[in-house]
Write a protein that binds this ligand. Structure first.
Ligand code: NDP
Length: 251
C-alpha cells in the first residue's frame, strides 16, 4: 500500500532541503518525481543525484509565486509525463523581522511564496488529478502554523493559512478522490534554518533544549510522512496537519 510505481509527483522547492528529502522518499517508493524551483542549476544537480541513486527524476524551472509560471509548470509535467498524481507544496521562504519593522513588500513576498503558491499549484493540479481518478496534495506548514514568534509575522500568518487552505481543499475535492493534508515540520537543518541560527540569538540552544528527540531534524526525516500521505495507505486521511517534529509541539 506504500508503493508509488506509475505515479507522477511534483515537488515545489524540491531541489534542496526538505523538498528534496521528501522527493527522495517518493522516488524510493517508485514515483517519477519532478522538482520545481527557480534555480535551474541547483535543480539539475538534484536530478543528477537522484538519478545516480537509481531513481526517476526530472526538473522544471518555475516561480511558484507567478500564476502563468505555475500554469506552465503543470502543463510541462503533463506534456513530459502524461499525468499528475501527487503535489507537494513545499516551496517557502522567510524574512525575519518584527511586525513593526516589516514592509508591505516583505510581507507580500513571504505570503506569495508560502501561501498563494500553494493555492495556485493546487488549483492548477486539480483538473489533472480529477482526470486521473484522484490525487494527493501535501502542503508544508510549520511549527509556526501553531505557535507565534516575534520575528515571524508574515511567515506565521502564511503557515497558519496553509493549514486552513488544506482543510478547504480537503473538503472541496473529497468527492474527486483527492486527499489534502499538511505536514508541520519541527526544526530541520536546511539552508533556511542555517540562516535563522545566524540571525536569531540562542535559537540552536532553545531548539535542542525543547525538542524531546534532542536533535535537529534532517530532510530524510520527512521522507516517510511524504510516502504515507502520497500513497493509498492514507486514502481515508484528509484535512489533517501532522507534526513531524521530534516532539517539539508537545513539550
Ligand atoms: P530551503 O531554503 O532549503 O528550500 C526552499 C525551497 O523553496 C528551495 O528549493 C527554493 O528553490 C524553493 N523556492 C523558494 N521560492 C520559490 C519560488 N518563488 N518559486 C519556486 N521555488 C521556490 O528551505 P527548507 O527546505 O527548510 O524549507 C522547505 C519548506 O519547509 C518551506 O515551506 C519551509 O517554510 C518549510 N519548513 C522548514 C522548516 C525547517 O526547519 N527547515 C520547518 C518548518 C517548515 P529555488 O531557490 O530554486 O527557487
Amino acid at each position: 500500500m506504500f508503493q508509488l510505481g506509475g505515479k507522477v509527483a511534483l515537488v515545489t522547492g524540491g531541489n534542496g532541503g526538505i523538498g528534496l528529502g521528501m522527493a527522495r522518499g517518493l522516488a524510493q517508493a517508485g514515483a517519477m518525481v519532478v522538482l520545481a524551483g527557480r534555480d535551474a542549476a541547483k535543480s539539475a544537480d538534484a536530478v543528477k543525484a537522484l538519478a545516480a541513486e537509481g531513481h526517476k527524476a526530472d526538473a522544471v524551472e518555475a516561480d511558484v509565486t507567478d500564476e502563468a509560471s505555475v500554469q506552465q509548470l503543470v502543463a510541462e509535467v503533463l506534456r513530459r509525463h502524461g499525468a499528475l498524481h501527487i503535489l507537494v507544496n513545499n516551496a517557502g521562504t522567510n524574512i525575519r523581522k518584527a511586525p513593526d519593522a516589516m514592509s508591505l513588500e516583505e510581507w507580500t513576498t513571504v505570503m506569495d511564496t508560502n501561501l498563494t503558491s500553494a493555492f495556485l499549484c493546487s488549483r492548477a493540479g486539480h483538473g489533472p488529478m480529477k482526470q486521473a481518478g484522484g490525487g494527493k496534495i501535501i502542503n508544508i506548514g510549520s511549527m509556526l502554523s501553531i505557535f507565534g514568534a516575534p520575528y515571524a509575522p508574515a511567515y506565521g500568518a502564511s503557515k497558519g493559512g496553509v493549514v486552513q487552505l488544506t482543510r478547504s481543499l480537503a473538503t472541496a475535492w473529497a468527492a474527486d478522490n483527492i486527499q489534502a493534508n499538511a505536514v508541520l515540520p519541527g526544526w530541520i537543518d536546511t539552508e533556511l534554518t542555517r540562516k535563522a541560527r545566524d540571525q536569531v540569538k540562542g535559537l540552536n540552544e532553545r531548539v535542542l533544549a525543547r525538542t524531546p528527540a534532542g536533535r535537529w531534524g534532517v530532510p530524510a526525516d520527512l521522507a516517510g510522512i511524504a510516502v504515507f500521505l502520497a500513497s493509498s495507505a492514507s486514502d481515508f486521511v484528509t484535512g489533517t496537519a501532522i507534526p513531524v517534529d521530534g516532539g517539539y509541539s508537545i513539550s
